[in-house]
Design a protein. Structure first.
Length: 145
């Protein structure tokens, strides 16, 4: 960068172009999950769309399919806790919150208020509801208890 007459000249603002390969089906998955859950967080009932994520119960990277039955619409903070194993859903669609939130972070009151509650939003079609197979996988492989 050089200075001339009090004007700062900028260098390149962007790096070299790159090819990005999107995951197949991710956009469709988001749309289907969002609609199936009536644009509401499955756990908290939040309906502010910009903060809602279509999340996989069994991650796509670990063989989970882009199917609504492997999806949940979750508020972003709850999605993060779900992915890290601090929150799960049992086979009866009851929310379980790990004691580790309090142990590791010294708080979590808002999340513990969800513990023991049935999901506040579920798809109307049976084949779109969270698969018990994927929920069991999450409970056994991700949830920290």
């Amino acid at each position: 960068m050089s200075m001339s007459l009090g004007v700062l000249e900028e260098g390149a603002r962007y790096g070299a172009p790159q090819i990005v390969v999107p995951r197949l089906g991710q956009g469709g998955f988001r749309v289907l999950v969002t609609e199936a859950y009536h644009k509401r967080c499955a756990m908290a009932g939040e309906k502010t769309l910009p903060v809602l994520d279509a999340s996989h119960i069994k991650p796509f990277a670990q063989g989970g399919p882009h199917k609504v039955s492997n999806g949940l619409l979750l508020r972003q903070d709850i999605h993060t806790l779900f992915d890290r194993g601090h929150i799960t859903i049992n086979k009866d669609y009851v929310i379980e919150v790990s004691r580790r939130i309090k142990e590791e972070y010294g708080n979590g009151r808002e999340y513990y208020a969800l513990h023991g509650k049935i999901l506040s939003s579920l798809p109307g079609h049976m084949d779109e509801k969270p698969s018990r197979e994927f929920l069991l996988w999450h409970n056994e492989n991700v949830y920290t208890g």
